[in-house]
Write a protein that binds this ligand. Structure first.
Ligand code: PHE
Length: 453
């Protein structure tokens, strides 16, 4: 399939919004705030920004180079760049990783849909104990969360079958601005609460007392997850970029959008939490247990505002999740479409069915079927750890080593500089980062993770 026969994004804005849509997701609105809360607030954010600059942006550019150069699905793209087919293994790994992530990510996305309907019908109103029980009863139900997760995958499927421009780009152009406006409204509502200043201070005033090597590890893992690195996702999207797209500039713009949205999500959550005296470090249950309580108490004197805020919040979460699941789905769909020569619609069904299965198993493992445990954790947690702590860093490591050391230097340079039409001053900095900085850092972090240093 030639470059012109394949779909492509129609505009620069489309490229930025679609790729930023992949990056902006539950990672920003759900994972980032509780990570920051547990790891020292502003100190964590500074380390996180360091990881984005040092490792995230070079990693993104590398995936972009592989994808745009070959204009094909991830498996073929990795084989094409150096001409040695063995490297396709990185692409295959990325495809598998993104399908596993889509499977368990859809479970959490499904919870968001349930909470959206619950906040619409007012059934989240109750005291602390009620909200806690609500979460545990719902998430361990054998049917409801499974159906919501599957529904989420089907909505994703629906966008995907409309193609690159008519599906992904169009959806991103609608969803991303909506998401941003919702976020601003919610940040304003949260920051206007009495006592909100403490939350803002927590997020913006660094306390290095909590910083240890574990915090670095968490920040790096979060940076990879949030930028969708190491899953071949950026590589697949870059295969739809135009020849004139400036890869370095796009990577920087996407990283800025992603980071700004994560910090805004913190500014939406912490001021409200502090204003009612609820601890910010409550972990993954933050948005499903802590926040409904925060909304109720913070707006106790204005219940209508509380109602609107909580509905908007779960709409925001669901939209953020959708822009990400679209990108995860596209990786597999592009692969089955181009390699097995299936019509795009059929290729999309293969991904939907496989990820649907992972979603069902993950959801059941949370409570309804405790036998679904692997290596001492529920399948859901197992898939999360397997991808975020193993497959994504390994994928990013191999991509950097491949582009830095094994791919033809001229091709890498041509892609970076758009065949010499862009100034290449940054090229050497980039090359140094992918050759040395990224592989060394990722290796150190791995060794640390397994207790070897
Ligand atoms: N970056 C997304 C988020 O922050 C998650 C994601 C991971 C998306 C891998 C695509 C691929 O939620």
């Amino acid at each position: 399939m030639t470059r012109s026969e394949r779909g492509s994004f129609g505009s620069r804005l489309g490229i930025i919004l679609a790729t930023a849509g992949s990056a902006v997701g539950l990672g920003n609105v759900w994972r980032f705030p509780f990570m920051a809360g547990q790891n020292g607030g502003a100190a964590f954010i500074l380390i996180y920004i360091g990881c984005i600059l040092l490792l995230g942006i070079p990693g993104m550019v590398s995936e972009f180079i592989v994808g745009r150069h070959s204009a094909s699905n991830a498996a073929r793209a990795y084989g094409n760049l150096s001409g040695r087919k063995g490297w396709s293994a990185i692409g295959y790994m990325g495809i598998a990783t993104s399908m596993i992530i889509l499977g368990f990510y859809a479970v959490v996305a499904g919870w968001c849909l349930q909470y959206l309907t619950a906040s619409l019908t007012g059934s989240l109103g109750g005291d602390m104990k009620y909200v806690q029980d609500y979460f545990f009863t719902f998430s361990s139900d054998p049917v409801k969360p499974v159906l919501w997760g599957l529904a989420f995958i089907l909505v994703t499927h629906w966008v995907i079958v409309h193609g690159i421009r008519g599906g992904i780009e169009r959806a991103s152009k609608m969803l991303m601005p909506t998401l941003f406006i919702l976020l601003i409204v919610l940040v304003a509502a949260s920051c206007m609460l009495p006592g909100a200043g403490k939350g803002v201070e927590f997020l913006l005033k660094p306390d290095f007392g909590k910083v240890d090597s574990q915090v670095f590890l968490e920040a790096l893992g979060q940076a990879f997850f949030s930028l969708s690195l190491g899953t071949a996702c950026l590589c697949t999207y870059a295969s739809y970029f135009g020849r004139q797209t400036n890869l370095m500039r796009s990577a920087c713009q996407i990283a800025v959008i992603d980071t700004v949205i994560a910090v805004l999500a913190g500014l939406m959550i912490f001021p409200a939490a502090f204003s009612v005296g609820i601890s910010p470090d409550s972990g993954p249950s933050l948005i499903f247990i802590t926040l409904p309580n925060v909304f109720r108490e913070a707006f106790a004197s204005l219940p209508v505002v509380g109602y609107v805020v909580s509905v908007l919040f779960y709409v925001l979460l669901s939209l953020a999740a959708l822009t990400s699941t679209i990108s995860m789905h596209e990786i597999g769909t592009a692969f089955f479409h181009e390699e097995i020569h299936l019509p795009r619609r059929h290729a999309a069904w293969i991904v939907t069915v496989c990820t649907g299965l992972i979603c069902v198993l993950s959801s059941l493992s949370v409570g309804a079927m405790p036998v679904l445990h692997l290596a001492g954790r529920s399948l859901m947690d197992f898939f999360d750890a397997l991808t975020a702590q193993m497959l994504m860093p390994v994928g990013a490591f191999l991509t950097c080593v491949y582009v830095g050391w094994f791919a033809p230097h001229k091709v890498v340079r041509d892609e970076f500089t758009n065949r010499g039409t862009l100034r290449s001053r940054l090229f050497h900095v980039y090359l140094f980062a992918v050759k040395y900085v990224c592989p060394i850092f990722i290796t150190l972090i791995f060794l640390h993770q397994f207790g070897l240093i």
